[in-house]
Ligand binder design. Structure first.
Ligand SMILES: Cc1ncc(COP(=O)(O)O)c(C=O)c1O
Length: 401
């Protein structure tokens, strides 16, 4: 019988990690998180908006009244009932039993991948991708196909159609129709309908990541793909951006046929999410707290988004194409000419003390988006955003020495 040996302590000892480094994005964000640097790099929510006091009160209340809060236990039904109500407002009709509570959207994507991927499967990502999704599928080593992403219109539906028409049958397509990370684009109604039609016509599953679906600043969020072709879509969401990431609470809404498998897969990983966290969140939502809280978040982030867009418009070189996000945390700018934003990052740090994330950190194959950069407006106040973009604009006007 052969056994694995773990004599070497590096990543080489685990088959699917071989040749993979730590996430380029995480390394990048660590590198630029230095004292004195004005960071437009990280994608963290604004800490001053965390409802720390309210959440503390909810925990106290639960601990004082419910002995099961510190026990092992099944997924907390009252939270799933509340969430089904919240999802109905978002346009997703589902039963509480279709909802799997997960440790964040990240785990939801990993479980969705585990449900859909057989050995040798193919998946479709956008060229500029949320890198956590790449990491979530890595243990299954799928073949990855990419399609383009436009800063204004998002996912290239024509490219997907061409792939499918040429005979590709991916196990799933991963996409973020609302307030994309990193690109900031929101899909038009027409693109959503075409994607739904393609999923139906070719029998392809979609993993719809709605991490920012409750953070839309202009009008209402678009119709989720989940509402158009419910049986084809595994819908991913999270409380990380609207309450706090440390809750590690997200969800996966699955078609009824996958309910049991999803539950079993979750149990095989970590049994269940924290009983205390689930109950505390349910108590917080019971309080009628969410609508006012969401309004506060949207108002704050909208002002930051507006400050960033005005500054990019005024300060970046003519010919820059950039997204005008309706929601989420990010603006994606594609610079004119033959530039490599990875090299520009060194200059931005040294000459201007400003950080951003180069587009290549989000590239599915490590080679794309060289002329792009991602700017986050989430965790800096408007004055700092204006100042950071002003300094970047100044650097972009002066050729490298
Ligand atoms: C698009 C997207 N999906 C998923 C996640 C993971 O979020 P969570 O904290 O819920 O795991 C993030 C986090 O930044 C994200 O931007």
């Amino acid at each position: 019988m052969s056994t694995k040996t773990y004599a070497r302590s590096d990543l080489e000892c685990v088959e699917w990690l071989r040749g993979r480094g730590r996430s380029a994005l995480r390394r990048m964000v660590e590198r630029v998180s230095r004292p004195g640097v004005l960071s437009l790099a990280g994608g963290l929510p604004a800490p001053e908006l965390f409802p720390a006091r309210k959440y503390g009160e909810a925990i106290q209340k639960v601990l004082a009244s419910d002995p099961r809060a510190l026990q092992y236990g099944a997924s907390y039904e009252p939270l799933r009932i509340k969430l089904a109500g919240l999802l109905a407002e978002r346009g997703v009709a589902c039963e509480p039993g279709d909802i799997l509570l997960t440790h964040g959207a990240q785990q939801a994507i990993g479980i969705a991948a585990g449900l859909l991927l057989a050995p040798g499967a193919t998946v479709v990502f956008e060229e500029a991708v949320y890198t956590g999704a790449l990491e979530a599928v890595a243990p299954y080593s799928p073949r990855i196909l990419t399609v383009g992403t436009d800063p204004e219109t998002g996912f290239d539906v024509d490219a997907l159609e061409a792939r499918l028409a040429s005979g590709e049958r991916p196990a799933f397509v991963y996409l973020i129709p609302e307030a994309h990370n990193p690109v900031g684009a929101t899909l038009s109604e027409e693109k959503r309908e075409r994607l739904a039609d393609l999923a139906e016509r070719y029998g392809v599953a979609l993993i719809e990541d709605d991490a920012y679906g409750l953070l839309v600043y202009d009008g209402a969020a678009g119709r989720p793909l989940k509402s158009l072709v419910p049986d084809r879509v595994l819908f991913v969401g999270s409380f990380s951006k609207v309450i706090a990431p440390a809750l590690r609470l997200g969800y996966l809404v699955v078609p009824p046929a996958l309910r049991q498998a999803a539950q079993l897969l979750k149990e095989s990983i970590d049994l269940e999410c924290s009983a205390l966290t689930q109950r505390a969140l349910a108590a917080l939502l019971d309080d009628g707290f969410l609508p006012g809280h969401l309004a506060r978040l949207r108002e704050t982030y909208r002002a930051r988004r507006d400050a960033m867009l005005e500054a990019v418009e005024a300060e970046f070189p003519a010919g820059t194409r950039f997204s005008r996000p309706r929601g989420g945390f990010f603006v994606w700018a594609v610079l004119p000419g033959d530039v490599d934003t990875s090299a520009l990052l060194d200059r931005a740090l040294e000459e201007e003390g400003v950080a951003f994330v180069p587009g290549s950190a989000f590239s599915a194959d490590g080679r794309g988006s060289r002329r792009a950069l991602r700017l986050s407006f989430a965790s800096q106040p408007p004055e700092a955003i204006r100042e950071g973009v002003r300094r970047l604009g100044r650097m972009l006007r002066v050729p490298a020495r």
